[in-house]
Design a binder for this molecule. Structure first.
Ligand SMILES: [Zn+2]
Length: 78
């Protein structure tokens, strides 16, 4: 284990392969991908930023807004 707090899930090999493929397709780790499945509001996923159409990891959205749209920092409605 790389660090405390990790555990092993027992799944069929085919399932594990599919989960890894899906996660990597989205640019996520398996851990992030599974968390996204359990959290449909998508805190760890990617989204298209409506202002510029860029693909942004939603957890990096604040950073993206600060860097790319410094004037839009406070407008959450956009
Ligand atoms: Zn943007």
């Amino acid at each position: 284990m790389p660090e405390k707090g990790w555990s092993i899930l027992t799944v069929r090999e085919g399932t594990a392969k599919k989960v890894k493929d899906l996660a990597h397709t989205r640019g996520l780790t398996v851990d992030e991908f599974i968390n996204e499945l359990m959290n449909p509001s998508g805190k760890t996923g990617w989204l298209n930023h409506p202002l510029c159409g860029a693909e942004v990891k939603s957890k990096n959205l604040n950073e993206h807004i600060t860097k790319v749209h410094p004037n839009r920092k406070s407008s959450k409605a956009d």
